[in-house]
Write a protein that binds this ligand. Sequence first.
Ligand code: G3P
Ligand code: CA
Length: 272
Amino acid sequence: RPARDSRPGPHSPFVVAHRGASEAEPEHTLIAYERAIEEGADALECDVRLTADGHLVCVHDRRVNRTSNGRGAVSSMELSDLAALDFGSWKGQAADAELPDRDAASVLTLERLLELVADAGRPVSLAIETKHPTRWAGQVEDRLLTLLRRFGLAGGPSAPDEPAPVRIMSFSARSLHRVRAAAPGLPTVYLTQFLSPRLRDGRLPAGVSIAGPSVRIVRNHPGFVARLHRAGHRVHVWTVNEPADVDLCVRLGVEAIITNRPKQVLSQLGRT
Ligand code: G3P
Ligand code: CA
């Protein structure tokens, strides 16, 4: 079995809040991440995209239509355009409801998220996913690493047995390659929702040490996790929301569970 990566205990997977505590709160907002930290999540997952004026913002979709009151592609908008939008009210609130704190529901920059983590008062790590890296020919990775260096987070774990403060995840092997070339210490996670023959054999892209399969793959191919472990890889599974899937992940010994429900998962793991 691989060395301990991010496990808070020998049999307990690391709990990663997917887009923040995103079942309860609007995803990728400060509100959702503050809640995940309060609930005890070990790590926060976020997707990053580049604005037209070169800022990294935490937004999942290519367009803002689903999660804000605006329309259009993130890449064609400047940060000030995004900052004028409301990223909170779409989730179960009346359109005219007054939010308690407008800033907390506005677009979240990665820089602000890094500040939040730095001020969390306890170790909270980040799982940052690069979106659309090929279109931007490395700009997302460049900006990301520049920002991480500024926060002293581009070097990887402080000791081999320590959890990594930041992991970079992507469905794009090319994006992970760019990250490793520029910051070899940063652990990378290769996300996948399909099993290629190479993956089925437990082979990841060169240099990647962590597999990030969807929970559907893990459910349908339970032997896959054991194969990855035998190959010396760690396994971080997404998006694990159902109690039966949490149980399955624990039985299979996965190293991290990425979930929209950090509180419920921590409680199921007996950690609250
Ligand atoms: O944590 C990995 C997971 O977030 C990948 O899928 O579409 O939610 O970004 P998606
Ligand atoms: Ca993601």
